[in-house]
Design a protein around this ligand. Structure first.
Ligand code: ZN
Length: 301
């Protein structure tokens, strides 16, 4: 096994090119996906599916401000069950997969069989801009490999023709060696330029496999600049990305109070104490009998 070298920190870089007619995003997500794997103990196929979803969501969050956040839900009928990822404007990412211990035999191409583990279903994106109603877009899964589904969502639901590559490379010891993504979007004025579209398609097709390239020390932003060579690419912004969850014991306590007096009393009588686990980060919070009694007092107020 090769030595794991110290790596660049995770982040998403936002690029513009072709006089503003192209938008590009490059995401390095190795440490974030590895932290998700470690927390949820995902097996390789589940790691790839969750890692691709987190990476796509991190790119969707580019350009968000203040308390904005975006959530992707992949609701398939395969053995993984649902996959959920959420990223906010500060690059805090969290996510989980319903059945983390899923690992299928490699597919015909010798790759992790993400499509087989996801199955058929829906690709849903919820963008919360702090308005009364969050924006929600839903498209059917067209492949289950997630990158194709993500591009299809952007092209249809957000009406922005897009090409994307998402990659997660899992080590034989199950840890994440490399993860990242690239997204290129045609903004108004680009889609009509057939010469430009064909040239981009040709360059994207000849790009090396993303996760291998990252593992070999090539940054996603270098690959993106390679695809956009000669089109005056310009970096607009770079945001760090980390796995981070907003849960806390206090929040779970408030949730228990919100259950109401009767239900809380029922928990105390039946179980004595409570152990609550956060779906998003798998952190568990223990409430002793005394703590539950004091929450019950609050619920009575
Ligand atoms: Zn959490």
């Amino acid at each position: 096994m090769r030595e794991k070298v110290a790596r660049e920190l995770d982040g998403v870089t936002h690029v513009t090119a072709a006089g503003g007619r192209l938008r590009g995003l490059a995401a390095l997500t190795t440490a974030t996906v590895e932290e998700a794997r470690r927390r949820h103990d995902t097996h390789p196929t589940a790691t790839a599916a969750l890692g691709r979803t987190i990476t796509a969501t991190a790119m969707l969050a580019a350009g968000m401000k203040n308390s904005d956040k975006v959530m992707t839900e992949i609701l398939g009928d395969g053995p993984l069950g649902g996959i959920v990822a959420e990223v906010d404007a500060f690059g805090k990412a969290r996510g989980y997969v319903q059945n983390p211990h899923v690992h299928l035999p490699l597919n015909k191409k010798g790759k992790l069989d993400v499509a087989g583990a996801v199955g058929k279903g829906k690709f849903c994106v919820t963008k919360d801009f702090g308005l009364r109603e969050p924006y929600r877009g839903v498209v059917p899964l067209i492949s289950g490999e997630i990158a194709e589904d993500f591009a299809y969502y952007l092209s249809t639901s957000e009406q922005t023709p897009s090409a994307t590559a998402l990659g997660v490379l899992v080590d034989p010891d199950h840890s994440v060696r490399a993860a990242g993504g690239i997204l290129i979007q045609l903004l108004p004025g680009a889609a009509e330029d057939h010469g430009l579209v064909e040239e981009l398609e040709r360059r994207i097709a000849s790009m090396p496999m993303l996760s291998r390239a990252i593992d070999n020390g090539v940054r996603p932003i270098d690959l993106l600049y390679g695809v956009l060579e000669g089109l005056q690419p310009k970096t607009l912004e770079h945001r760090p990305l980390t796995f981070s969850c907003s849960c806390s014991k206090e929040r779970f306590g408030r949730g228990l109070v919100a259950l109401g007096e009767a239900e809380l009393k029922d928990i105390i009588d039946k179980d004595g104490s409570a152990e609550l686990v956060c779906h998003f980060c798998n952190e568990s919070y223990h409430f002793t009998h005394e703590e539950l009694e004091s929450l019950l007092d609050e619920a009575r107020k």
